[in-house]
Write a protein that binds this ligand. Sequence first.
Ligand SMILES: [Zn+2]
Length: 364
Amino acid sequence: MGDVSPQSYFDRQMRVSGWGAVGQKRLTHARVLVVGLGGLGCPVASALARAGVGGLILADADRVEASNLPRQTLFTLAECGELKVEAARRALVQANPWINIETTGRVDSFQVRQLIEKADLVIEGSDNLETKFLVHDACRAGGKPLVLGALYQWECLTTTFRFDRSPSPCWRCLYPEQPPDGCVGVCSEVGVAGALAGVAGNLMALVATRLLLGHETVEGTIVFDATDGTTRTLKWHQRPDCSCAQALGDWSWLETYQNSRAQKKLSVSWDALAPSQRAVVVDLREQEEIRDGEWAWFEKHGSVVIHRPWSQWALASQVWNPEISYLLVCAKGFRSEKALQTLPPGLRAYSLSGGLKGLAVYSV
Ligand SMILES: [Zn+2]
């Protein structure tokens, strides 16, 4: 570290109008929750750490995979198989030795409130609508500004919600009910251009930095289309009958949400199952997602593997043996949970919670 001082490290940005030593001090005292360390979370966390944000809470349960590397710039090939939050912590502390970093797994309804309340601002960069809506609703209740990003092939969106000032339009002004997961393709299915994640993530970080400095910024959605270079800004309007009018401070929905999750008790972790409960592993992933050695890992642990790709799930005729217990698996647990709902009642079947991402099979 030598004799590097914060003063010299942050010198260039403090010269920017509206920043200065006062702004730098505000950043030093700020704590930001970053949900998801994927293509969006990586550039955001990197930019905020290097800008001098004093504290980051990193939330992600996944491990680094080779297919992450084209856009997830905090990781290296040598770190494949490691928890993303740990690899990210190492990279960020190397960039900014004064930063304080906390880590946690996937954000769920049981710890979302505590996480939101600890943060001054929230970055949402996860890849599924369930988490996005949960984090959105929690920020709305907790009165925390939220910067949310999304990627789709050549297009990215950055949306800012000013829940720190009321009334502020919310996502549910447009979508009263959460659209089902799977209605918008995730990166692993529809693909994403790596550099686009950098554009979106840095835009999110820029918006967040302005908010933390106490400045105005775009409230609404910035859409960037890389195919023709156009940028559009969409303003949000409050729907008069939206629940956001009374949302601040109301956490009563959270218990209902938790109860609905508890009903999904058939969604379980690998360790919670006896070998007989996972006698047959049903792999719902597409052929190109499956790596050499993964099925051997299941077989080594006493399970038989059958392949039923989700893309053909509804088309293929399914024959199930009521004497056997099945464990449905996919990359993240979304497809397996959906497939579970379609199985005949009474059949002994489970869905691997969180998918294969968090499992040791990924380090084979
Ligand atoms: Zn609303």
